[in-house]
Design a protein around this ligand. Structure first.
Ligand SMILES: O=C(O)C(=O)C[C@]1(C(=O)O)C=C[C@@H](O)C=C1
Length: 122
């Protein structure tokens, strides 16, 4: 790939186009479409944050319950079932199941860290 190809690929598609015939007609449509898509992405990101906050509220309660009853922070059997279920859901939703698994593992690792803190402090 030449340097000029790379420069062309890096250019912000929302920036006004200055090159080629018809470029100035096309640019506002590209900008509008990009803006619409980014507005949806922002809404989805907000929903993800709120849903994660709700999930963490539940897991904090689980952490306190586990600490009160001397239960271990992690439950690998439960995690195995969650991963299998989420991988199936991801496949149905046409989301990469490996990505879904990584995301769940990332969230659960943070939950276990919280559980350990609760257990240590109680
Ligand atoms: O279900 C539990 O026992 C939890 O502590 C919650 C949770 C989760 O975040 O889903 C976290 C840690 C466990 O290893 C399994 C699941």
């Amino acid at each position: 790939m030449s340097d000029s190809d790379r420069t062309e690929q890096r250019r912000d598609p929302a920036a006004p186009a200055t090159d080629g015939p018809g470029a100035t007609d096309r640019a506002p449509e590209v900008r509008d479409e990009l803006e619409r898509l980014r507005a949806s992405i922002d809404n989805i990101d907000a929903a993800v944050v709120y849903m994660l906050a709700e999930r963490f509220k539940c897991t904090q309660r689980v952490g306190r319950l586990k600490a009160e009853h001397q239960l271990p922070p992690a439950d690998p059997a439960r995690e195995g079932r969650q991963i299998a279920r989420l991988r199936e859901l991801a496949t149905e939703a046409r989301l990469d199941p490996a990505f879904a698994e990584k995301l769940l593992n990332f969230v659960i690792a943070e939950v276990i860290r919280h559980h350990e803190t609760i257990a240590r402090e109680s």
